[in-house]
Design a protein around this ligand. Structure first.
Ligand SMILES: [Zn+2]
Length: 67
């Protein structure tokens, strides 16, 4: 079964199931919540938290640190 989100960051390999590298903001909803996190490689991620756990629904591109 192919997945649109994968199980790890395609940029740095950080496992989606692991603790987020950095949590930018968290929004609680009736169904659970939404987490905006930044990966170790700098890519922005949107995670949805529900009764089944956490899944990455959107993933941005890595942003290089500095220039
Ligand atoms: Zn990453």
């Amino acid at each position: 079964m192919s997945s649109t989100t994968g199980v790890a960051c395609p940029h740095c390999g950080w496992p989606d199931g692991a603790e987020p590298f950095q949590v930018l903001s968290a929004h609680h909803t009736a169904a659970g919540g939404t987490l905006w996190t930044r990966c170790a490689c700098g890519s922005l991620q949107a995670r949805v938290v529900d009764g089944h756990g956490t899944r990455v629904v959107s993933r941005g591109r890595p942003t290089p640190a500095g220039c």
